[in-house]
Design a protein around this ligand. Structure first.
Ligand code: ZN
Ligand code: ZN
Length: 117
């Protein structure tokens, strides 16, 4: 096998994994990450900016299903079907340590990785 074939093989094995990661997030089974409020942010300055830097235009409304309060914060959330923590736009009443129940998100909600860059 020559050098070029070797790289092609690596690409072929990596591509399906990349596609898998880009699959849309589940709509139900989300929960707030408790105690994320005091956590520092990445170089974006805030988790809201972090979300905007990776996903684009900030939505008008909260991502929680049936909530039509204004999205004000980038909230840390998690889902048993997703690895790691995610950031979604949320209103101030949902981005709250007292909001502990499981919730669903609106279809099309973009869930940004909560990775510090
Ligand atoms: Zn960031
Ligand atoms: Zn809300």
């Amino acid at each position: 096998m020559d050098y070029n074939q070797h790289w092609l093989l690596i690409l072929i094995t990596l591509l399906p994994k990349y596609k898998e990661k880009k699959m849309s997030s589940p709509l139900s089974g989300w929960k707030n990450v408790v105690g994320s409020g005091g956590r520092g942010t990445c170089s974006c300055g805030s988790w809201k900016n972090h979300w905007i830097n990776s996903e684009g235009d900030w939505p008008t409304y909260c991502s929680v299903k049936n909530c039509y309060e204004r999205a004000e914060h980038g909230a840390h959330v998690k889902n048993n079907d997703e690895p790691g923590e995610r950031i979604i736009p949320m209103c101030s009443s949902h981005n709250n340590p007292d909001f502990t129940r499981e919730f669903s998100i609106k279809p099309g909600t973009k869930c940004s990785d909560a990775i510090k860059d």
